[in-house]
Design a protein around this ligand. Structure first.
Ligand code: SF4
Ligand code: SF4
Length: 162
């Protein structure tokens, strides 16, 4: 893959511009063979992960989407702040300092698994992938790489609707 994008502002801007495109891609993926998509996603993720270091980013830890239960939120937010973040769009984890996780070896399961690109059945997780596309350079580049490998072009989708 050439020209990986790691600029967080640029990624956010492109995610906004490509909202309809990504929803159409999500619909398209549902029609594809799950094993074939997983093979591509896993391969692309390995490549992207080797080129974009999480230690230069840390954006997921700054932009957690609040999880429903108090129990889970307690892992990321101080007890006195839980009520106020329950309905926030995103929260910054209390363990995140200077782009580093200060409790890395005890980090919750969700943190270990994020951004879920090495798991099977990507097709069933496209909703969260499209959400994470906005904040995570790994997801952004893997999704863009997937569009390229599948030769999927939004222009063609728009033209067939005319
Ligand atoms: S626990 Fe660590 S890895 Fe998880 S969100 Fe907080 S800072 Fe990030
Ligand atoms: S998982 Fe994604 S958002 Fe989190 S630090 Fe790594 S590249 Fe950044």
């Amino acid at each position: 893959m050439k020209n990986l994008e790691s600029n967080l502002e640029k990624i956010e801007q492109l995610a906004e511009e490509r909202l309809s495109e990504n929803l159409a891609f999500q619909t398209y993926l549902k029609t594809q063979n799950s094993l074939k998509i997983d093979e591509i996603v896993h391969r692309l993720y390995k490549e992207v992960e080797s080129k974009i270091d999480c230690r230069d980013c840390g954006n997921c830890c700054q932009n957690l989407r609040p999880i429903a239960s108090h129990k889970e939120l307690r892992q990321f937010v101080a007890e006195e702040d839980i009520e106020s973040v329950m309905y926030a769009e995103s929260i910054k984890c209390m363990h995140h300092k200077n782009k580093v996780c200060t409790d890395y070896f005890n980090r919750p399961e969700e943190c270990r698994l994020f951004p879920y690109l090495d798991q099977d059945n990507f097709i069933s997780k496209t909703y969260s992938a499209i959400q994470n596309y906005r904040i995570c350079p790994h997801v952004f580049n893997v999704v863009e790489g997937l569009k390229a490998e599948l030769k999927w072009d939004y222009k063609n989708v728009k033209n067939t609707k005319k």
